[in-house]
Design a protein around this ligand. Structure first.
Ligand code: FRU
Length: 502
């Protein structure tokens, strides 16, 4: 009898192991995902002693949102990430929501030890029982490995005051915090000399795109390409929990000036929202603090997801991935200042020697591209005279498709994932477009494809579309075609070795 039960249990176990194996998704090769469980926003991005830190909203106990804690990964090159133990766990009453980290070089907080500056995290303590969100401080004296929670440093008595981004403002020699009053769609700015006492400075919004929540603000001084020599402008980025460009969550930005206390949008801004990304899956992007002195870049990373369906995406045993790190700047265009995003150049180190380079005439019949695998860095220059649509299609073994292309007559670059995999949520299977001037009959695309995500950078990063996709079995086959008139595809593709993440 006992033997029989043992046998049955073993059989049940095998079935569940098999079910898990079936559900297991091909892990992304070069996008960061925790080994298991739920992840959302990037938090505490800071560089210190050779390491880029990526903390993130993490549930150590499951693959849906909950028990929010700060997970932790480090990288020496922004490309390969090593996951470390949870950095700041939730406590009995208080979850550790989103926030940021700085190196307190002058030990203004007094938490340094042995002449070494502390790493300071300022994040939202979310206390559902007390219906309170307030800002907490924790510090680390061992390069972010272990943390001491000092406690609450700023409360305005509100249940929706969150996501502090703290940075050092050299001209006024003070710490600046930008956070949100989420439901009011307002960003609020505070200043401090020691990271512990904060003084209210100003408020911005509602403005531009409005939604149920404003979340995860950031404020960055960016160089202006094509502007006056040395021109720089401040960019205030704000995320909307819903009603962003595709109807779900997404980011918008405002360009202006910041004097250390107040953000003022540039003159001539018409009040219309300007989106950071035209896909569905780019949220809560924030930039690194304290990049090495000899690196003039601003670099940010986003959570590749949309709150509409984030908890339903069919991946296992981890749910949630980050985008690649992107270097950001502004460009002066006919429409005004526009955010430009490019994959960090460090990613080029992943390009193996064996790339393919082809010049292919395209017509109605799809031409297959000699690309192997689902992890690829690809540059595609498309040109046409009359075509109605020019597209690159990724097809899996079951016929599910992901289409990336242009519709010149309506000046649209698109990612169409309406047939990208088995149905799992009504808000997922749709098509996303960026408006691009295609009147000169050409466009240049950079595509980062990694098993279940595509990041599309249009015309050297002037616009981006970030979308996840999910597929059936079988490898991805790549093809290209042009409808209603011939086109040319000039393509270079670098396959990326699987599992470069540790
Ligand atoms: C954004 C967000 C933040 C909050 C965190 C909680 O995705 O809702 O506003 O701090 O996630 O996990």
């Amino acid at each position: 009898m006992t033997g029989k039960i043992a046998l049955l249990t073993a059989a049940a176990l095998m079935v569940s192991v098999q079910a898990e194996a079936q559900r297991a998704d091909p892990r992304p090769a070069y996008h960061f995902a925790p080994k298991r469980n739920w992840m959302n926003d990037p938090n505490g991005l800071v560089y210190f002693e050779g390491e880029y830190h990526l903390f993130y909203q993490y549930n150590p106990h499951g693959d849906r949102w909950g028990h929010m804690s700060w997970g932790h990964a480090v990288s020496r090159d922004l490309v390969t990430w090593q996951e470390l133990p949870v950095a700041i766990p939730e406590t009995a009453d208080v979850m550790a929501f989103s926030g940021s980290a700085v190196i307190d070089w002058k030990n203004s907080s007094g938490f340094g030890q042995g002449g070494k500056p502390p790493m300071i995290a300022i994040y939202t303590g979310h206390n559902p029982k007390a219906k309170l969100q307030s800002q907490y401080l924790a510090y680390s004296n061992d390069r972010g490995r272990t943390w001491t929670v000092h406690g609450e440093v700023l409360s305005v008595g509100s249940p929706e005051f969150r996501d502090p981004k703290v940075f050092w403002h050299e001209p006024t020699k003070s710490w600046v915090m930008i956070a949100v009053m989420a439901l009011e769609n307002r960003a609020v700015i505070f200043t401090s000399s020691n990271l512990k006492q904060w003084t209210f400075a100003s408020s911005f919004g509602p403005a531009g795109g409005r939604g149920r929540n404003w979340e995860c603000p950031d404020l960055n001084l960016l160089p202006v390409e094509g502007g006056k020599p040395g021109e720089q402008r401040w960019v205030l980025s704000i995320n909307l929990g819903d009603q962003a460009v595709g109807g779900g969550s997404g980011g918008q930005y405002f360009v202006g000036d910041f004097d250390g206390r107040r953000f003022t949008p540039v003159e001539g801004w018409g009040g219309e929202p300007v989106w950071t990304d035209y896909g569905a899956d780019f949220y809560a992007a924030v930039a690194w603090n304290d990049l090495p002195k000899d690196d003039p870049r601003r670099i940010w990373i986003g959570w590749a997801n949309d709150w509409r369906y984030a908890e339903a995406i069919p991946t296992y045993p981890a749910r949630g991935i980050m985008t690649v790190a992107r270097s950001i700047s502004l460009r002066k265009t006919a429409q005004g200042y526009r955010l430009t995003q490019r994959p960090v150049r460090e990613l080029e180190s992943l390009r193996s020697g064996e790339h393919i380079s082809r010049q292919l005439p395209l017509g109605k019949e799809p031409v297959s591209l000699p690309i192997e695998g689902g992890a690829v860095d690809l540059k595609a220059d498309l040109s046409w005279e009359q075509s109605e649509q020019v597209a690159i299609t990724l097809t899996d073994g079951e016929g599910y498709q992901m289409v990336i292309g242009v519709n010149p007559a309506v000046n649209e670059v698109f990612v169409d994932r309406s047939r990208s995999g088995p149905h799992f949520h009504d808000g997922f299977a749709n098509r996303h477009v960026a408006r691009v001037d295609l009147s000169r009959g050409k466009v240049s695309l950079r595509l980062l494809v990694d098993e279940s995500i595509v990041e599309l950078f249009i015309n050297d990063g002037e616009q981006t579309i970030t979308d996840r996709f999910f597929r059936g079995s079988g490898g991805l086959r790549w093809s290209a075609s042009a409808r209603d008139g011939p086109a040319m595809l000039n393509v270079t593709a670098w396959p990326i070795k699987p599992e470069v993440q540790r």
